[in-house]
Design a binder for this molecule. Structure first.
Ligand code: SF4
Length: 278
């Protein structure tokens, strides 16, 4: 197999990974790779250790470590084309894995990693998705246009305006960028899942309804959209500082918007991640 794409020697600022997940991409088993770095500062961030810092690793090493393969390709840079292919082959050799999700942090801080990984993974039959906060709409549009993404998982954290979005992300003026990302996905007919994580008092039920109304408006405007569902997720504490919202309450929130959008509830648990590659 020949290398697909331009970037042969791509380095990622790597965070962590989950080798096999059956809950992140419903219907597919996926490997989730968390990239390091995020411009937001959400107060309940579960991945706060990935918000900043550097851990620069080649994509090849990430995948090799995930699959515990031990190819001896040497340090010659010209050999790296082949190892990356082989490492992705390692993922496909895992009989259950059929997709890679790039999460974070914010994966769109490293579009070149997505751009390099996507064609090679696709060539081996893997789908590629990203989980994004939506704060880089131009990069998202470009990757969609290039055909790099099979699915977008877009986090919408609050009603799409400040001060609500500021409170949810710790950064002002994010809401217009997220709204733009939503519009780009709906207009482009890219398969889309919206995720809203509910913590005590944030977002409010009326805020969740506003998010659903925004999605509904785009469904009308872009009839060829591939919006699949809005997922109401249970927000978890970092250090037991609050009781998570009960499932029954999450289901009531979902019921309040089911006339507007396809919606489901997801309760979550902290997941075990893999060791970091060297
Ligand atoms: S966008 Fe995600 S990774 Fe970034 S601070 Fe918020 S919760 Fe954490």
């Amino acid at each position: 197999m020949k290398w697909q794409g331009k970037n042969k020697l791509v380095q990622a600022n790597y965070g962590d990974s989950i080798l096999l997940s059956t809950v992140d991409w419903i219907g597919l088993s996926s490997t989730v790779i968390f990239l390091r770095g995020c411009p937001l500062r959400c107060p309940h961030c579960q991945n706060y250790n990935l918000q900043k810092g550097d851990n620069i690793v080649s994509i090849y090493n990430i995948l090799k470590t995930l699959m515990k393969t031990k190819p001896d390709f040497g340090d010659n840079a010209s050999n790296i084309i082949s190892p990356l292919e082989e490492a992705i082959r390692g993922v496909t050799a895992e009989p259950l894995v059929s997709a890679i999700i790039l999460s974070g942090g914010e994966p769109l801080m490293q579009p070149e990693v997505i751009r390099a990984l996507s064609p090679n993974a696709k060539n081996l039959g893997l789908k590629i998705g990203i989980e994004t906060s939506g704060c880089y709409p131009k990069r998202l549009r470009k990757l969609i246009k290039e055909g790099a993404l099979d699915k977008v998982f877009l986090d919408i954290k609050a009603a799409l305006r400040d001060p609500e979005y500021y409170k949810a992300t710790g950064v002002p003026n994010v809401a217009p960028r997220v709204l733009d990302s939503l519009r780009i996905c709906m207009e482009s007919s890219t398969p889309l899942e919206i995720r809203t994580t509910v913590f005590p008092g944030m977002p409010s039920v009326s805020d969740v309804k506003e998010i659903a109304e925004a999605i509904f408006a785009f469904e009308i405007k872009f009839p060829n959209h591939k919006f699949e569902s809005m997922v109401i997720q249970q927000g978890l504490p970092i250090n037991e500082e609050f009781e998570p919202i009960a499932q029954v309450e999450l289901e009531n929130i979902a019921k309040s918007i089911e006339a507007l959008v396809n919606v489901r509830v997801r309760t979550t648990s902290k997941r075990k991640k893999s060791k970091r590659p060297n």
